[in-house]
Design a protein around this ligand. Structure first.
Ligand code: ZN
Length: 683
């Protein structure tokens, strides 16, 4: 339930959020280069780890082992995304390393852009739109590239020669019809068969649904996350799960992860953390999903460690049916200062629940153990890299969240890097209507982003309860679940951002911060985010659907009272809010309805909401936005080069760990390929 992806950057992005004052000063002193390069629709940035030097040697060593574990799994995410991805990536890397032809040509530049896009998306499908990335160089040029590269650096298998590789990959790379979408969400098609993601082989959506219907027990109070860690396939007529564990699929990568986790165990900060790491190892060794739940419980209970880690098959957005988890890892340091704000919010979780506009029977009687913090990321891998969320709330299992709570984090140093990059973007000036709106956004935008993130993650996802006997919401709401769940969390945040309570608990100076938040949300949901969609296409990504759904619904429902007004000035369209209190009321109404949909598992109502408000795009406005946005010359998506941890060794003892900040994306990708290519190419 993570993935407050980075739409904030699009809308404002002045000032600083999520960093303690000491860090701000520390970070402002230097001339650190936050933005490295732009290509296609992507921008490459960097982030710093400001507190790293203050760690003890034991903590640094722990961080280093977890960093190695994180990166050791990155091949798995490539393979999960598409079964040919590793073969393709190794081909591209072989060319980058050994191509002997002229590298100073426009064609080679196009090849490099394509390769960097594949690295960025961990495969040949766009990380956000899910569509296959089409090379801008020709098939003939691809042939030339392969033929002029060292065959020992190409992933040739058995008796394969370059010609075989060219033949195999030309169709896959250049035919737009082959495996066009990584995750297809159009319910008109068989979602499993029409998705290129490597989670299912030779089976239909109906067969998948029947398979899990058979093994899930509807009244099990503690269901495991069925299907989370396996590929579902058919062999000799039988449908079965091939598990991702150290003696089955992905064994080579998982053994490396386990190797580093075992080293980390000895440097754990406390017994709770040690227990969690040991359970994670057992889970990777057995593939037992009960162990995964035990691990998550132990991990949630560890609230005191300074170094924390997420490592596993976690988010299910890449599965059209939301069963299978994509590999990801984050290693982080807790930021004590900035955590105070988030704690003030989580301490009042019950108050927010009791005063929520949802139906009384959907309110949780006891909102338990929400642990919220601001962290500084040390490294990210898999699904979290190079593109990263800025807020994460785990674990995903509903019953564990209910019984044990969840950990919610704001990725402070990532957000800081975004804000540094956005300070000069010009987006706010282009899309805000009035000087007052711009002024208010510059004054409060940063704080209101912080508060929105915190409220979304800490209160939003944790709020509400299911009706008795209703199955897990992702099985009832299916392909609409992610959109509706994100909408629900956003609406909780929006509803309270105009509430006196946030002022009373000392996290918001006045409701003007809430107004800035509303301005930003509507501006983004109805206008700015369309810059990410190609003309003529629908909105596909769950968070974008959610934002348009929410914005469009309140705009339409508020029309009789002119709550939000569409204005055109100098040929430019704007949406301005005339009545913030009425708007708040509308957010509350929609929250109540979406909570009802989730609690009752009302698929039809959920589908109608999303399809009516969240998917289609007004062509006139879309065209206008694309033109206005293009003038700003901003790549709409950003990703990050990771810092590099370098151990100082004395024999086999780590005696110090140094941080380096590489500034070359290609170099880092080649280095990772060299150090962490553990999986064979399967095809
Ligand atoms: Zn969320």
């Amino acid at each position: 339930m993570q993935h407050l992806k980075t739409f904030f950057l699009l809308i404002i992005g002045t000032l600083i959020m999520g960093c303690s004052s000491e860090i701000k000063q520390d970070m402002q002193k230097d001339n650190f280069k936050y933005v490295i390069e732009q290509f296609a629709d992507l921008r490459i940035q960097r982030y710093k780890i400001p507190q790293f030097d203050q760690l003890s040697l034991k903590q640094k060593t722990l961080a280093y082992f977890l960093y190695q574990a994180a990166l050791s799994g990155r091949d798995m995410f490539y393979d999960q995304n598409y079964k040919h991805n590793l073969y393709i990536r190794r081909t591209l890397e072989g060319i980058v390393k050994t191509y002997t032809g002229d590298r100073n040509t426009p064609e080679f530049a196009k090849f490099m852009v394509y390769t960097k896009r594949v690295w960025f998306s961990n495969g040949i499908h766009h990380h956000y739109s899910n569509k296959k990335i089409m090379p801008e160089f020709s098939k003939e040029y691809f042939t030339q590239l392969v033929n002029s590269s060292d065959e020992y650096e190409l992933p040739l298998q058995n008796q394969e020669r370059q010609a075989d590789l060219i033949k195999k990959l030309t169709a896959i790379l250049f035919d737009p019809k082959i495996d066009a979408m990584k995750v297809n969400q159009n319910p008109k098609n068989d979602l499993v068969k029409s998705s290129a993601v490597n989670f299912y082989e030779g089976i239909t959506q109906k067969e998948v649904e029947e398979f899990y219907k058979k093994i899930t027990k509807p009244d099990d109070p503690e269901p495991v996350s069925y299907g989370l860690n396996s590929k579902l396939l058919r062999e000799k007529g039988e449908i079965f799960e091939r598990h991702w564990k150290t003696n089955s699929m992905y064994a080579e990568a998982l053994k490396k992860i386990v190797y580093w986790l075992n080293k980390a165990v000895d440097f754990a900060e406390n017994d709770q953390q040690k227990k969690a790491l040991q359970l994670l190892i057992e889970y990777y060794e057995t593939g037992d999903l009960k162990k995964w739940d035990e691990y998550n419980i132990a991990w949630v209970k560890d609230t005191t460690s300074i170094i924390d880690v997420v490592n596993g098959f976690v988010e299910t957005y890449n599965d059209p049916l939301s069963y299978r988890g994509s590999y990801e890892s984050y290693v982080s340091i807790k930021d004590w200062e900035a955590t105070k704000r988030i704690k003030a919010i989580s301490d009042n979780a019950q108050w927010f629940e009791d005063n929520s506009p949802i139906m009384p029977e959907h309110r949780k009687k006891n909102v338990k153990g929400i642990s919220a913090r601001v962290i500084s990321v040390i490294v990210e891998s898999g699904d979290a890299s190079p593109s990263t969320p800025i807020g994460v709330n785990l674990p995903n299992s509903n019953w564990i969240r209910k019984e044990y709570g969840s950990k919610s984090v704001n990725l402070g140093n990532i957000v800081y890097s975004y804000n540094k990059a956005a300070e000069t973007s010009g987006v706010l000036e282009e899309f805000a209507y009035s000087p007052e709106e711009i002024e208010r956004s510059k004054r409060f935008g940063n704080l209101s982003d912080d508060l929105h993130t915190d409220m979304h993650e800490v209160i939003g996802h944790a709020s509400g309860q299911m009706n008795p006997g209703v199955a897990e919401p992702h099985t009832t709401l299916k392909n609409y679940y992610s959109t509706l769940e994100e909408a629900r969390a956003d609406l909780v945040a929006l509803y309270y951002l105009m509430d006196q309570k946030l002022i009373d608990i000392g996290v918001m100076p006045s409701t003007d911060a809430g107004k800035a938040s509303y301005d930003n949300y509507i501006r983004n949901g109805l206008l700015v985010q369309l810059a990410r969609v190609k003309l003529g296409e629908n909105i596909e990504e769950a968070h974008m659907r959610n934002r348009q759904l929410v914005s469009m619904w309140v705009y339409e429902k508020g029309k009789p009272n002119n709550v939000i007004e569409k204005k055109v000035k100098d040929g430019k369209t704007y949406f301005i809010i005339n009545d913030y209190n009425k708007l708040r009321n509308l957010f509350g109404q929609l929250l109540k309805e979406i909570q009802r949909i989730k609690s009752e598992g009302d698929y039809n109502a959920g589908r109608d909401l999303v399809e009516k408000y969240g998917v289609k795009v007004d062509q006139e406005i879309h065209k206008e936005i694309l033109e206005r946005y293009a003038k700003l010359k901003i790549a709409p998506y950003a990703g990050f080069i990771n810092p590099k941890l370098v151990p100082v060794m004395n024999g086999d003892q780590v005696v110090d760990v140094k941080v380096e900040y590489p500034d070359d994306f290609t170099k880092q990708m080649l280095e990772y390929a060299k150090e962490y290519s553990f999986l064979p190419t399967y095809n």
